[in-house]
Design a protein around this ligand. Sequence first.
Ligand code: ATR
Length: 273
Amino acid sequence: MDVYGLIGNPVDHSLSPPMHEAGYERLGVDARYVTFEPPKGEGAAAVESATRLGVAGLNVTIPFKQDVLAAVEPDALATRIGAVNTVDFSTDPPTGYNTDATGLVRAFEHHDVSPAGQAVVVGAGGAGRAATVGLATEGMTVAVANRTVDKAESLAATLRTSQADGPMDVQGYGLDMLADLVPDADVLVNATSVGMEEDRSPVPPGALHGDLTVLDAVYTPLETRLLRDARDAGARTIDGAWMLLYQGVEAFERWTGQDAPVGAMNEALRTRL
Ligand code: ATR
């Protein structure tokens, strides 16, 4: 039996175990998916311990996504993002991936939205970095807007001057620029925590429009104020469970080498949300 899991702190309410185990069950994979809660600052040590214990794969969540870089060989995308959310122990050293970025792109593709043209990413924290790099890697022009403007500007500057795979077309802004940026955008991603368990949106509703696709990474609640405003403006909407699903699907496929049973994993997730 293979053991997969998640390290995070806290991990109590994670939906990854039922999502992954629904996939194993559907494909007849002999595996379990469990959660581990190492103390803060022990992410790299936890990965090293998991290597010795013969764990087959780990997902990584807050606050360990940067820490584990010290214990893995990150691929080009994870290096560029500066964070790892998936570790594959079939290599030595283990390989670190960032399926938040690739999962976001697959969530768009699932809805027949090709990531092309102009994107606005709201938020320059961990999720914002992954979204920005994921969309820019697809060739999109990305405007990243953040409450703390310096963070957006320095992320954009780093990606513009990066030599790996060529510079990316990314600019940084404050949230006050959203009213100007969103009317020209094809795709909008909320990668802040605004809207989580509160009825607030980070985007002025008047800027939303019918040619836009809006993905909100927040999934509690599934229907956020931003998504309601977007629907009212005639935009296409994608809720946060799709990003959660596809980061898991990408990890599942890296680990098992098989196409993930997306429908079964999605059902397991949505029945719990
Ligand atoms: P995650 O890994 O989930 O992205 P994070 O790295 O802590 O978490 O980033 C949280 C993001 O939400 C940041 O972009 C943060 O903005 P700051 O960089 O200015 O802190 C954003 N955020 C959190 N609360 C916010 C609020 N009330 N209004 C606007 N942005 C907010």
